[in-house]
Design a protein around this ligand. Structure first.
Ligand code: 5GP
Length: 180
């Protein structure tokens, strides 16, 4: 496929599927009898989110937050801006933030303080990916899919200038020098 020309596969569809099944089982255990709201961080988390919520065997509600951090660059500016807010109150509810990737940690630190101020009963984080070598803020990930090395990855919701989100796996985007 033309879309995959510059991509080196990193995590296969099957690996992701298996991991999400395990995460779903752990989340189903953790939130038994609790009122759970899953918050999808747009746009990158949308594919992970839609698979993860279907692996949680509990009644739950969903909501969306959109932040902008990178613009079209592949390096974090450290600046996070809220673009779209929640549509419901989360006061007194158990909230699970669903992120695609924690890189420097600026986005998630911003989101955690933003949501804490809305007084949820609990606030936890599920992230598909984590790049520990890039961390600049201390972040605790309650439910983690995969730890990866310092690569710029795309696919399974993650983009580069809005492309590649529809790849069914996660791959490393090769720079021109690497792919030539
Ligand atoms: P952080 O604030 O932790 O540095 O970055 C978090 C956000 O940056 C993620 O939600 C994601 O949108 C973007 N990001 C960080 N690393 C990558 C990456 O390797 N690939 C892509 N496509 N986006 C990334």
């Amino acid at each position: 496929m033309d879309l995959e020309k510059n991509i080196q596969p990193l995590l296969s569809t099957k690996q992701i599927e298996e991991k999400i099944k395990q995460m779903g089982e752990a989340l189903t255990q953790a939130y038994q009898g609790k009122e759970l709201v899953c918050v999808c961080i747009l746009k990158g988390s949308i594919v992970f989110f839609s698979d993860l919520i279907r692996s949680i065997d509990l009644p739950l509600t969903i909501d969306f937050l959109r932040v902008s951090s990178y613009g079209h660059a592949t390096v974090s500016s450290g600046e996070v801006r809220l673009v779209q807010d929640l549509s419901q109150s989360i006061e007194g509810k158990h909230v699970l933030i669903v992120e695609d990737i924690v890189d420097t940690g600026h986005t998630i630190s911003f989101l955690q303080s933003y949501l804490k101020a809305k007084h949820p009963k609990s606030l936890a984080l599920a992230s598909l990916l984590f790049k520990p070598s890039r961390t600049e803020c201390e972040v605790h990930i309650d439910h983690l899919g995969f730890t990866i090395d310092n690569h710029f990855v795309v696919g399974y919701g993650l983009d580069a200038a809005e492309k590649y989100r529809n790849l069914p796996y996660v791959g490393i985007l090769q720079t021109n020098e690497e792919s030539s």
